[in-house]
Design a protein around this ligand. Structure first.
Ligand SMILES: NC(=O)c1ccc[n+]([C@@H]2O[C@H](COP(=O)([O-])OP(=O)(O)OC[C@H]3O[C@@H](n4cnc5c(N)ncnc54)[C@H](O)[C@@H]3O)[C@@H](O)[C@H]2O)c1
Ligand SMILES: O=C(O)C[C@H](O)C(=O)O
Length: 288
């Protein structure tokens, strides 16, 4: 076989393989092969954030519009009746992606086989408190629940800690669930990131989705540092630096930073309750 003949054969075989692959893809799109459900745990499911978050997950806002989910919801005994009510509402909402619901006050049952655990259960701060002031109440919860996740969650479970003080609770959870890979345990700072995007978007009248690369340094606390040094806005024709478009370094160095740092407290002041819908939505963004 001469060289040309060999090249011809390789080209024909590659073409056939490519064609077969395209046919298989086309046929499987008709067969509508469904993804395996992912089991998501939400602790504190009857609370403010939990109640906002479970329908978002069931609707696909966290894992995508073609990803079936099984929801595990945990709360404490005094909330057992309310938990039944949340389960009824989830059934009544008839979410097509929702393939199962476990609503329980038993931490072992709640943690069994979960692929993603969103840890919201705990106590929120009230007006005038810092997040660290709820530490003594919440840290003990995280020790106990870490052990249950360690023993009963699916291998490679991903954990997002929302309850405050979120960074500390995540650290506690990591210590008491040593078999869960460290990189799988995170805490929610995405809300601070989203708050920073919101402030920039309002200040310079651009779509919030066009603001990119804002960084939040530090803990989810009043000492965090929102940083726009790498942030840009997609203007349609270019990516322009946020600093240039804002054109007011003083605002960026002062009011912008304190507004983001203190936004949680401002919401508590206004609502007499801490943030919930934005926290739930940011938890979806974080996991996505
Ligand atoms: N990281 C963030 O960005 C962020 C944002 C908002 C709120 N938070 C924090 O999230 C937490 C929840 O806030 P919320 O407004 O939903 O509070 P909430 O009081 O409305 O709800 C908390 C729920 O947790 C339940 N709970 C208490 N102990 C539990 C336990 N051991 N196991 C399971 N469930 C338990 C309660 O019964 C309640 O239903 C608070 O600590 C709050 O400060 C964090
Ligand atoms: O501020 C709080 O206590 C709740 C939450 O951490 C928030 O930032 O909204």
């Amino acid at each position: 076989m001469d060289h040309l003949e060999l090249v011809e054969k390789v080209v024909v075989v590659s073409g056939c393989l490519y064609l077969s692959w395209m046919i298989i893809r086309h046929i499987s799109s008709f067969l509508n092969v469904e993804k395996e459900p992912i089991t998501v745990l939400v602790t504190g499911a009857t609370g403010q954030i939990g109640y906002a978050l479970v329908p978002m997950i069931a609707r696909g806002a966290m894992l995508g519009p073609d990803q079936p989910v099984i929801l595990h919801m945990l709360d404490i005994q005094p909330a057992a009746e309310a938990l039944k009510g949340v389960k009824m509402e989830l059934v009544d909402a008839a979410f097509p992606l929702l393939r199962g619901i476990v609503a329980t006050t038993d931490v072992v049952e709640a943690c069994k086989g979960v692929n993603i655990a969103i840890m919201v259960g705990g106590f929120p701060r009230n007006k005038g408190m810092e997040r660290k002031d709820v530490m003594s109440k919440n840290v003990s919860i995280y020790k106990a629940q870490a052990s249950a996740l360690e023993k009963h969650a699916a291998p490679n479970c991903k954990v997002l800690v929302v309850a405050n003080p979120a960074n500390t609770n995540a650290l506690i959870l990591k210590e008491f669930a040593p078999s869960i890979p460290e990189k799988n345990i995170t805490c929610l700072t995405r809300l601070d990131h989203n708050r920073a995007l919101g402030q920039i978007s309002e200040r310079i009248h651009v779509h919030v989705g066009d603001v990119k690369n804002v960084i939040i340094w530090g803990n989810h606390s009043s000492t965090q540092y929102p940083d726009v040094n790498h942030a840009t806005v997609n203007t349609g024709t270019a990516h322009k630096p946020v600093r240039e478009l804002v054109g007011d370094d003083n605002w960026l160095k002062t009011e912008f930073i304190t507004t983001v740092q203190q936004r949680g407290a401002a919401i508590i002041q206004a609502r007499k309750l801490s943030s919930a819908l934005s926290a739930a939505s940011s938890a979806c963004d974080h996991i996505r």
